[in-house]
Structure formats: C-alpha cells, structure tokens
Design a protein around this ligand. Structure first.
Ligand SMILES: [Zn+2]
Length: 103
C-alpha cells in the first residue's frame, strides 16, 4: 500500500489500495537517517464513502490528527515537536538530538 502523510510532524496518513483508501495515525519509528511509518488506528473507506459521505471521512481524518497532535512532545534541544516514539522514556531531547550528542 502506498502511504501519503500530511502534517509536520506527520498527523494523518492516507493509504490507497484499489477501490479502498485508509486513514491512519502515522506512528513514525525513529530509524537513523529515515523514519519508518507504522500506521495505527486504521479506518478503511471506499471511494463511494468519499463521494457520498465526505463529511464522515473529514471527521475521521480530523479525529486522527487531533489524537496525534495531543501526543506530540517538545524537544528542548532542536525545539521541534515530535511524536512520542521519538523520545526515550521521559527524556527531554528527541532521539535525533541524542544520537548527534552520542556520535
Ligand atoms: Zn530534538
């Protein structure tokens, strides 16, 4: 499945597969130079849903984005918001910044 991600940090992922599309909460796993997308909270829709019930689809996307935004944490080093999986435990700096310090 091909995923498209919207928001910075990523808030909503949209996957398209045949007549279906899926809205999901992107869980980005810190993986060195590039992060890996692990979609969670999937909700599947058909193209007809988008055609006839666009407000339901928009609502679902909004709910996913809001849940994602609530979980973001602030890195005191790079001063950017990241998804919680970018942090180790209660650390105040993200893994990206921590890995630069370690290197
Ligand atoms: Zn950072």
């Amino acid at each position: 499945m091909q995923w498209f991600v919207s928001g910075e940090p990523a808030q909503v992922a949209v996957g398209v597969e045949g007549p279906w599309f899926v809205l999901a909460r992107p869980l980005t796993r810190w993986g060195g130079p590039r992060t890996e997308l692990q979609p969670a909270d999937r909700r599947q829709f058909s193209r007809d849903d988008l055609l006839w019930l666009p407000e339901v689809v928009v609502e679902a996307a909004e709910a996913i984005a809001a849940r994602g935004r609530r979980s973001f944490r602030w890195c005191r080093s790079c001063r950017r918001a990241h998804a919680p999986e970018w942090f180790v435990g209660a650390a105040g700096t993200c893994r990206e910044c921590a890995s630069v310090v370690d290197a």
